[in-house]
Design a protein around this ligand. Structure first.
Ligand code: ADP
Length: 252
């Protein structure tokens, strides 16, 4: 009978890509935006973060990006204690995360190709590999026929797809989406969510902040529910169902 190799067993345990360890955040005016929040997100997970306005969702996203740091507790992202990341490496760290926002944030004076290529130019990728990667990403999001279009010539859903291609072109470990369907009609919203699911199936960890109850219920993914800066629910496969009553307050 073989003995268990402890080191080998230990190495098999994957570290979380995001770890919040007893995190609290008090802003200067004493508002407590997060209170004693702990959770792990592992590589390959798809997680929704939901909660009413003011419940702490943006603060959580900002902490993952190190745009803000905890007042107490620790935040680890892809192995880094964010508080200890030196100023010099913060930009590089942020570039290892893909982010999309409600308002798309595209460059209006550049076409679709250049908007996606922008992320590659920042990391000084060589021209040929950049061209290949941008082309591949635009294929993935279904916009190969819009390469030379400008943002104003695209629908909201198409603009969000460009933003997703840009967020993914540098192959991030985590894709953070902050209300990605907030400005979109139901059909485009469903398309964006399918795309996020596809990206997740290809191995990227996906974290989505949303108010879109219908989509959360339908997709049956992990849901972290925030209320007043606290996690009141963290379910492996859930929805809003049974959480919120007619007052709009999330119930434990
Ligand atoms: P959400 O994204 O769920 O709407 P936020 O993280 O933006 O929640 O806000 C959580 C709480 O922290 C709210 O009470 C909000 O007013 C407060 N807050 C957010 N940012 C700041 C800030 N820069 N200064 C002071 N209070 C803030």
């Amino acid at each position: 009978m073989g003995r268990i190799d402890i080191n080998r067993e230990f190495n098999k345990i994957e570290a979380p890509v995001v770890c919040f360890d007893n995190v609290s955040k008090k802003y200067d005016d004493n508002t407590e935006a997060l209170s004693d929040v702990s959770f792990n997100i592992f590589k390959g997970e798809f997680v929704f973060v939901v909660g009413d306005s003011g419940s702490g969702k943006s603060t959580m996203i900002k902490m993952i990006l190190k745009e803000t740091v905890p007042s107490s507790g620790k935040v680890f992202v892809i192995g880094h204690d964010t508080k200890r990341l030196r100023r010099k490496v913060v930009s590089k760290f942020r570039r290892s995360l893909g982010v999309v926002f409600q308002d798309f944030r595209l460059l209006k004076d550049r076409d679709v190709f250049e908007n996606v290529a922008f992320a590659q130019r920042v990391i000084e990728a060589d021209t040929e590999s950049m061209r290949q990667k941008v082309t591949k990403m635009l294929e993935l999001v279904g916009l190969s026929d819009k390469v030379r279009a400008y943002p104003k010539e695209l629908s909201g859903g198409q603009q969000q797809k460009v933003a997703m291609a840009r967020a993914l072109v540098n192959n991030p470990v985590i894709l953070l989406a902050d209300e990605p369907t907030g400005n979109l009609d139901p059909t485009s919203s469903r398309e964006i969510m399918h795309l996020l699911e596809e990206i997740n199936k290809r191995g990227t960890t996906v974290v989505v902040v949303t108010h879109n109850q219908e989509i959360v219920d339908k997709m049956q993914k992990r849901v972290i529910v925030l209320n007043n800066g606290r996690i009141i629910r963290d379910e492996a496969k859930g929805g809003y169902d049974g959480v919120k009553n007619e007052t709009g307050i999330y119930l434990p």
